[in-house]
Design a protein around this ligand. Structure first.
Ligand SMILES: [Mg+2]
Length: 170
């Protein structure tokens, strides 16, 4: 059971992701969460650094697709600003959200990574479908009330995983 909540990689931020290392694992497409993974929660500002990161991933041959539980308008705007597609109308951790994303990118499960900041949506959703799960630390502590409650449980799981030496922060 714990396995479904255990990311394959745990990073300080998306900028710490070593693209060569995931290339070696034959990853071809990355489903990226929006809030607190790419941008601070509900922020509308897209930094140059982020645009640079997405461009770099694309240049390195990866497909990218946004997979977010936020509102349609916000996802659409970020998708346009970053020039990458997004999944609409399906929500994590439901399988349909991840399937849609893989269809858009044209990748198989074993070629697909998911990057996100939440264990119960991003990591759990990825692991139950056999995708490579990358957990990042949330960019800001501002978030939905419900998410803040879930964070208490997430922190407990992360502690257990760290104690069992199943994850280390890179
Ligand atoms: Mg998030």
């Amino acid at each position: 059971m714990l396995k479904l909540f255990c990311p394959d990689l745990y990073l300080e931020s998306i900028y710490k992701l070593d693209l060569d290392s995931i290339k070696e694992k034959n990853i071809k497409g990355i489903l990226v969460d929006l809030d607190n993974t790419l941008l601070p929660w509900d922020s509308k500002h897209v930094e140059e650094k982020l645009i640079g990161w997405t461009q770099y991933c694309l240049k390195e041959g990866f497909s990218l697709c946004i997979i977010s539980n936020n509102k349609y308008k916000r996802i659409k705007r970020c998708s346009e600003l970053l020039g990458i597609p997004a999944v609409f109308g399906s929500y994590k951790p439901f399988k349909s959200a991840f399937k849609k994303g893989m269809d858009i990118m044209g990748t198989q499960p074993e070629q697909t990574a998911v990057i996100g900041d939440q264990i119960f949506t991003d990591v759990f959703g990825a692991k139950r479908m056999g995708l490579y799960a990358i957990l990042v630390k949330p960019i800001s502590s501002r978030e939905l009330y419900w998410t803040r409650i879930m964070r208490l449980m997430e922190r407990r799981i992360i502690k257990i995983l760290e104690n069992k030496k199943l994850i280390t922060l890179d």
